[in-house]
Design a binder for this molecule. Structure first.
Ligand code: NAP
Ligand code: MG
Length: 402
């Protein structure tokens, strides 16, 4: 069988622990036998980040900018415990995802992989709900303090060009707590563009929610900038038959619960933090959650939403065969290959990505799955737990036969 050709390389960002083991297995069993794979490889494994003083992460992000499409394996973000585990680390390196996100100025979109055998907790959800979380500012970059006396708190802005604004926050007659939060026009605009771009790419409606009835000026700015940016995309939305829909966050929550799914829900930073956990839990499993970082220029970086699955890795090191779910990492590869195929006009490559996903979904629907999913299947559905290698072999067999 002739392998599928590629023209532009995919930026491949390897990672750590169990997901690094899965990464190699997925390539060997599901991709290399079928695709004449072209990648520009960056090793984002913790020790190599340390050796390069984290330059490799920056280089990988710049390569993503250059080529437009990247696929990333989960990576360790070091903390104090990791510094003890890896004594050779010379610094507590920053989160690679944070570094890449700030270089690409991107927004993260998270969507569940849905299968027939596992029904969402919300029974009317039929299609995935994608959450886009704004990842800058608001309460996450706020200053706060406590005061003990009666008094007045004011907020003042001094522009470098002489603009000056001041407002009384509140006068209090006893101890109080205060918080000052901000966002920037540019960050909100990038977020809006990434959302509209992703809606066009995936042909899904876009919902956006804030609380602009209460935060009239603050959230009002978000609403205004989204409306302004929408004008750049309106024609494309109309041509594709998709819609942009703004509503209040509480109305959005009620509508989401009653909906069938199948749209993107853009949320402010805090709302996205909370709602993405709610939505992903209701859909089933973190191991079935995909994640894609999209820049306002349309650069995409695909990955799994979960981490490096440390506990499984230590069992693997002891020689055990682990039943770690590779689905989200496989879908990171298929997402990236499909995108590459679309950008380069290679329908065979895009079609391969679809067949790869279908082979994996068929494997699950045939009841062959990793341990984490077995407990989630509907009553009456016959499922058997296999280890990761056996799951990949079964998916590969279906893919070769398809
Ligand atoms: P995690 O790796 O997502 O794993 C947490 C637990 O969830 C696992 O112990 C496992 O439960 C279950 N799980 C997650 N993915 C699974 C899969 N594919 N198959 C089966 N079970 C799965 O989170 P963590 O343990 O908090 O973090 C480990 C490391 O990952 C940390 O160093 C962190 O910095 C890093 N991390 C990286 C990213 C990223 O690169 N995007 C994201 C998050 C965390 P059981 O053990 O009960 O089976
Ligand atoms: Mg959270």
């Amino acid at each position: 069988m002739e392998k599928i050709k590629m023209t532009t390389p995919l930026v491949e960002m390897d990672g750590d622990e169990m997901t690094r083991i899965l990464w190699a297995m997925i390539k060997d069993k599901l991709i290399l036998p079928f695709v004449d794979l072209k990648t520009e490889y960056y090793d984002l494994g913790l020790l190599h980040r340390n050796e390069t003083r984290d330059q490799v992460t920056v280089d990988a992000a710049l390569a993503a900018k250059k080529y437009g499409v990247a696929v990333k394996c989960a990576t360790i973000t070091p903390n104090r415990q990791r510094m003890e585990e890896y004594p050779q680390l010379t610094e507590m390196w920053k989160s690679p995802n944070g570094t890449i996100r700030s270089i690409l100025d991107g927004t993260v979109f998270r969507a569940p992989i849905c299968i027939d055998a596992i029904k969402p907790v919300v029974k009317n959800w039929k299609k995935p709900i994608t959450i886009a979380r704004h990842a800058y500012g608001d309460v996450y970059k706020s200053v706060d303090f406590v005061t003990t006396q009666p008094g007045v708190c004011t907020m003042t802005f001094r522009g470098n060009g002489g603009e000056e604004k001041s407002a009384v926050v509140q006068t209090v007659d006893g101890p109080a707590v205060w918080q000052g939060a901000h966002n920037t026009d540019q960050s909100i605009r990038s977020f809006a563009r990434a959302c509209f771009q992703y809606a066009v790419d995936t042909r899904q409606d876009l919902w956006f929610s804030t609380k602009d009835t209460i935060a009239k000026i603050y959230d009002g700015e978000f609403k205004r900038i989204f409306e302004e940016e929408y004008e750049r995309y309106r024609a494309q939305f109309e041509r594709l038959g998709i819609t942009y829909f703004y509503t209040l966050i509480d109305d959005a929550v009620a509508r989401v619960i009653r909906s069938e799914g199948g749209y993107i829900w853009a949320c402010k930073n805090y709302d996205g933090d909370v709602m993405s956990d709610m939505v992903s839990t209701a859909f089933g499993s973190l191991a079935m959650m995909t994640s894609v970082l999209v820049s306002p220029e349309g650069v995409t970086e695909y990955e799994a939403a979960h981490g490096t699955v440390t506990r499984h890795y230590y069992r693997h090191l002891k020689g055990e065969r682990t039943s770690t779910n590779p689905m989200a990492t496989i879908f990171a590869w298929s997402g990236a290959l499909r995108k590459r195929g679309e950008l380069d006009g290679l329908p065979e490559l895009a079609d391969f990505a679809l067949r790869l996903e279908r082979a994996c979904l068929d494997t699950l629907n045939a009841g062959v799955m990793t341990q984490d999913l077995v407990g989630l299947v509907e009553p009456g559905f016959q499922a058997r737990a296999v280890d990761s290698a056996a799951f990949l072999d079964e998916a590969a067999r279906r893919l070769a036969g398809a």
